[in-house]
Design a protein around this ligand. Structure first.
Ligand SMILES: Nc1ncnc2c1ncn2[C@@H]1O[C@H](COP(=O)(O)OP(=O)(O)OP(=O)(O)O)[C@@H](O)[C@H]1O
Length: 164
């Protein structure tokens, strides 16, 4: 109920650290209320654009902090709710990093997917009186094509021809 009061759809913005440290930042302001103001550092005239999210996670945010924002929604799965988390953004914006983690990363900086599954398995183990069955699906939508990321075939697999 608390989850529903806070809104069934939440939109978070995560700002990836700049690839080159000396690059002038386009982030002008990150508010605790989810406000994000960006500017074009290469232009002199006023280029401020204001966006509003449920929360903005700045470039120094950790994987754990990002997970914490989604944790309560993820845990509501164990009480029978349906939850979908998806990352949206241009190439190189950090979707894979946020959802899966860096390549060869430690368990510390795994992404939401791994943290969520660990969390759900822990909860299911602690509830000895209940038996849970888990199904996992991981898809990517690119150029309006849905691709099954857990499929052995590298070819595009159109939803819902293969779900596991
Ligand atoms: N929060 C972050 N902290 C440190 N490095 C990051 C972060 N987000 C992304 N990166 C790094 O930036 C690069 C691009 O990120 P990533 O591959 O996750 O982007 P993507 O949105 O999945 O791109 P594509 O759509 O092309 O697959 C990677 O080298 C990744 O490790």
């Amino acid at each position: 109920m608390l989850q529903e009061l806070r809104g069934n759809i939440r939109v978070f913005c995560r700002v990836r650290p700049a690839f080159i440290a000396e690059t002038k930042s386009s982030i002008d302001y990150i508010g605790n209320d989810g406000t994000l103001i960006i500017v074009d550092p290469l232009k002199t005239q006023n280029t401020r654009r204001i966006f509003q999210f449920n929360k903005v996670l700045g470039p120094n945010s950790t994987q754990e902090e990002v997970y914490k924002e989604a944790e309560s929604l993820i845990r509501s799965v164990m009480d029978g709710y349906n939850v979908c988390i998806f990352a949206y953004g241009q190439t190189g914006s950090g979707k894979t990093y946020t959802m899966c983690g860096p390549e060869n990363g430690s368990t510390m900086n795994t992404g939401i997917n791994y943290k969520a599954l660990n969390d759900l398995f822990d909860i299911s183990c602690s509830r000895e009186d209940l038996k849970y069955e888990m199904h996992v699906q991981m898809v990517e939508i690119y150029n309006e094509q849905v691709r099954d990321l857990l499929s052995d075939e590298a070819t595009t697999t159109k939803y819902p021809s293969r779900l596991h």
